[in-house]
Design a binder for this molecule. Structure first.
Ligand code: FAD
Ligand code: UDP
Length: 364
């Protein structure tokens, strides 16, 4: 058997490469996926009650890239949705990202209080060089916000202190001196109307694309001929962990069903300081489903299990660079995606990366 292109992994990154290679470049493509379904971590499906569940955690699409949004819009229409998150702090639900209402609640003053901005300014610490996730929060939001919202959540989520994580981790969460309580402010935001799996199914539906599910590529090595291989699995795994295992943070998900339409005021409630879980998401806020039942998804961080998050810290970066050096020497093999390039990427970023790869390498 021979293909122009083999794509390992049927997540959003792999699906974008496969789709463009087949439709735009006319290549024959084999997609190999070790799970029994497509769509990678964005996979969603209906459960036994008819509720649509994001099986690997809540996924909200957001981007400022017109190109990425228009590209995906060929395969789906969108449910317009703006994500809202609250954090449970000392028994109060406060908006996240931190905004004027959050500051008022944490400092026990009215939101009309004219000193609101100076209250937080007093707590902000001058950090000459922002080197880690503690620095980034202390220098932007100050000690109170750090202690109440970031310190313990980050320890739970990563199993590391914020001091040991790159600034980019906590730097994902902004502070706003207004009352905007949307989690994301990107120009395009939404959820695929019929779900992510349907969207990816349409991307991969082409006579030139063959899909092999439930198959680890390593079982096929040597038995299929190809010109180019795109690997979107963990980069260290491709090299049989030659330099040691890259750390990935994993999660376990627990579902709780309720016989009512809604139980949370917003989609996600973060629990920075209590319990072993980090956040609880009520899927129906995202999907917009009408149903007499509702389901909550609890996220419990753990070190073992499926690799969900690359861990942005100095040590893992040093190890990744060793793998990256090997990867750059490959002529026929290219590494892409959140796991293949060991980057804490959102969905739009892996699609952008895949489109760029097709422009600059595959279609050259
Ligand atoms: P993946 O989706 O991980 O796909 C890689 C695929 O490769 C997997 O299906 C895997 O089974 C397969 N594979 C690996 N090794 C092999 C092998 N040897 N052989 C065959 N197949 C293999 N992003 C957002 O934009 N918004 C969000 O709200 C959001 N929420 C998230 C919530 C959670 C809990 C997590 C974990 C991630 C979230 N993300 C979110 C990030 C998003 O999931 C990723 O950016 C995106 O799914 C990455 O796509 P990918 O194709 O690179 O990787
Ligand atoms: N974070 C936190 N408290 C919160 C929310 C986020 O400390 O209530 C930190 C934490 O380290 C987290 C990071 O900010 O991993 C990024 O948060 P985000 O919600 O973007 O994480 P993701 O959705 O990727 O899991």
């Amino acid at each position: 058997m021979r293909f122009d292109l083999i794509v390992v992994g049927a997540g959003l990154c792999g699906a974008t490469v496969a789709e463009r290679a087949a439709r735009q470049l006319g290549m024959s493509v084999l997609v190999v996926e070790r799970r029994r379904h497509i769509a990678g971590n964005a996979y969603d499906e209906y459960d036994e009650h008819g509720l649509l569940i994001h099986r690997y955690g809540p996924h909200i699409f957001h981007t400022n890239s017109e190109r990425v949004f228009h590209y995906l819009s060929q395969f789906t229409s969108w449910r317009i949705y703006q994500h809202r998150v609250r954090a449970m702090v000392d028994g109060q639900l406060v908006p996240l990202p931190v905004n004027l209402d959050t500051i008022a609640a944490l400092y026990h003053v009215s939101v009309d209080e004219p000193r609101l901005q100076s209250l937080i300014q007093q707590d902000i610490m001058a950090v000459p060089r922002v080197e880690n996730s503690r620095d980034v929060v202390m220098s932007r939001m100050g000690a109170r916000v750090y202690e109440k919202i970031f310190k313990n959540y980050t320890k739970k989520q990563w199993g590391l202190n914020p001091e040991d994580l790159a600034p980019s981790v906590c730097g994902r969460i902004a502070i706003r001196m207004n009352r905007d309580d949307r989690y994301f402010t990107d120009r395009y935001q939404g959820i695929p109307s019929q779900g992510y799996t349907k969207m990816v199914e349409r991307m991969l539906s082409h006579p030139n694309i063959h899909i092999l599910l439930g198959t680890d590529f390593r079982e096929l090595r040597g038995s299929i001929d190809y010109d180019t291989l795109v690997w979107t699995g963990p980069v260290d795994e491709y090299y049989d962990f030659r330099f040691g295992k890259l750390p990935y943070r994993s999660l376990s998900f627990q579902l709780a069903y309720h016989d009512s339409e809604f139980v949370q005021p917003v989609a996600t409630i973060n629990w920075p300081n209590e319990y072993d879980f980090t956040r609880v998401t009520e899927m129906k806020h995202l999907t917009g489903q009408f149903h007499s039942k509702t389901v909550l998804m609890y996220e419990f961080p753990q070190s073992d299990g499926d690799p969900y998050y690359p861990v942005p810290c100095d040590e893992s970066q040093r190890l990744y660079l060793q793998y990256q050096t090997l990867a750059r020497k490959e002529e026929r093999v290219h590494f892409l995606g959140r796991l293949g390039t060991y980057q804490y990427y959102n969905m739009d970023q892996v699609v952008a990366q895949a489109l760029h790869f097709v422009d600059t390498v595959l279609g050259r």
